[in-house]
Write a new protein. Structure first.
Length: 89
């Protein structure tokens, strides 16, 4: 177990409303106990690798259950964020 950071973008396709899928993803991150910081086009998620990967899988499944979805994710163990660092940026 080690710390990782993921940059995640979710793109609901052919859906009348985008926010239900995006909200489901953000709620999933919170439920899994991983830290997150939402940006305008992506969200940073960080924490223990097992928690982050489990959260990403469930987040994709929840978004996909609402309709066609693309999730773009970049994952790194070279630059994990701490809670303090995230609030400073």
């Amino acid at each position: 177990m080690y710390g990782i950071t993921a940059q995640v973008s979710i793109y609901p396709l052919r859906q009348d409303k985008l926010s239900p899928a995006i909200d489901a993803v953000l709620e999933t991150f919170a439920q899994h106990g991983v830290e997150s910081q939402m940006g305008s086009m992506s969200t940073l998620v960080w924490g223990d690798d097992e928690k982050v990967f489990a959260a990403l899988l469930e987040a994709f499944r929840k978004a996909a259950a609402l309709g066609e979805t693309v999730m773009v994710t970049t994952i790194s163990n070279a630059c994990p964020l701490s809670t303090k660092k995230a609030h400073e940026s």
